[in-house]
Design a protein around this ligand. Structure first.
Ligand code: ADP
Ligand code: MG
Length: 317
């Protein structure tokens, strides 16, 4: 099949919310009145972000999910995406599954694929996502204030624990692994939470590189410090058994790939945030508070100060 047959067959779908979608030299888009464009791009490289033989359906899901997560972290409504893909060959079975995973999630969030680029090469996936947000309501990293509470959605560490199992650093039962692998392979972007936090959160970030690293970005941008408690970190029933062990503690504090949101909000918003949690049926845990200074202090259950070493995943360390 030619490159153009491939694009037509696997990556061309109606895009009623675009003036022009796939097929011309560029797509044409109109942003809603009083909104600004939120644009972000995330690349998944074979061997770095996934195993070369990874399930193509899950890859299609994850390539879009990690980008939707960035929209969630900005409080933006995701609208459109482009997909740049390098493929070793035109494997139709693979393309069928990949595009099915991509479009299943796209449809769930009303996102339209409006362009991209297709080349031969080592498997590499790059999605650019475009969303909309009223300019004043975007959730930036820089807005945390001293006294704000620090919150985390969902649970932490499952994806990292699943990866540790795959790499032989943990020995999970089949059932435990299945539960954790869902977080690793099919993360659920917290788009609805990001929208609900407009006007409520003072700052937000999605946790792609580990809680400490990503909360650290909020604190750097906001010129503040935080005190958080290990005992308050939300963990799944599988992680509950590991979190008191060094590996589990590391997964919860520094494990990547969770794609939960970490955000700060004034304490007067506490009850409102609990209400959002109930409405979205999504656990939201208050794990500490913003204080004066720099960096993040972690206390264990006994109140002792921990010195967690790993500051999160960093490609060129
Ligand atoms: P050009 O040569 O102008 O860069 P291309 O031949 O790369 O155009 O792409 C033709 C059309 O197909 C363009 O509209 C482009 O955005 C779209 N396209 C190419 N690859 C993809 C893809 N993987 N997913 C979605 N659209 C794609
Ligand atoms: Mg091109």
């Amino acid at each position: 099949m030619t490159e153009f047959d491939l694009i037509r067959k696997y990556f061309t779908r109606p895009a009623p919310n675009a003036l022009l979608g796939v097929g011309d030299d560029a797509a044409l888009l109109k942003v809603s009145d009083d909104h600004v464009l939120a644009v972000s791009c995330d690349m998944l490289a074979s061997g770095t972000h996934f195993f070369p033989d990874a399930d193509p359906f899950m890859l299609g899901h994850k390539a879009l999910a990690v980008n939707l997560s960035d929209m969630a972290a900005m409080g933006a409504t995701p609208r459109w995406a482009t997909l740049a893909i390098a493929l070793p060959d035109a494997d139709e079975t693979w393309l069928e599954r990949f595009s099915a995973g991509f479009f299943a999630l796209a449809q769930q969030y009303g996102v339209e694929l409006i362009g991209g680029d297709t080349t031969r090469g080592p498997l590499n996936l790059c999605v650019t996502i475009l969303g909309e947000v009223p300019a004043q309501q975007a959730l930036r990293r820089s807005g945390a204030q001293i006294g704000d509470e620090v919150w985390v959605s969902g649970t932490l560490g499952d994806a990292a624990l699943a990866l540790a199992h795959l790499q032989g650093r943990a020995a999970l039962s089949a059932g435990e692994f299945a539960a954790c692998a869902l977080a690793l392979h099919q993360p659920q972007p917290r788009v609805a939470l990001g929208l609900a936090l407009r006007g409520i959160a003072s700052s937000a970030i999605d946790i792609s590189d580990g809680l400490l690293a990503d909360l650290g970005h909020i604190l750097d941008a906001s010129h503040a410090a935080a005190e958080i408690s290990l005992a308050l970190l939300p963990v799944s029933s599988v992680m509950r058994a590991y979190v008191t062990l060094p590996l589990g503690e590391q997964c919860a504090l520094s494990g990547g790939d969770d794609y939960e949101l970490c955000f700060t909000a004034p304490a007067v918003r506490h009850a409102g945030i609990t209400g959002i949690s109930a409405r979205l049926e999504l656990p939201l845990a208050c794990i500490g508070k913003v204080v004066a200074g720099r960096g993040c202090i972690v206390h264990d259950a006994a109140g002792n100060r921990l010195n967690p070493g790993n500051a999160g995943y960093e490609h060129f360390r």
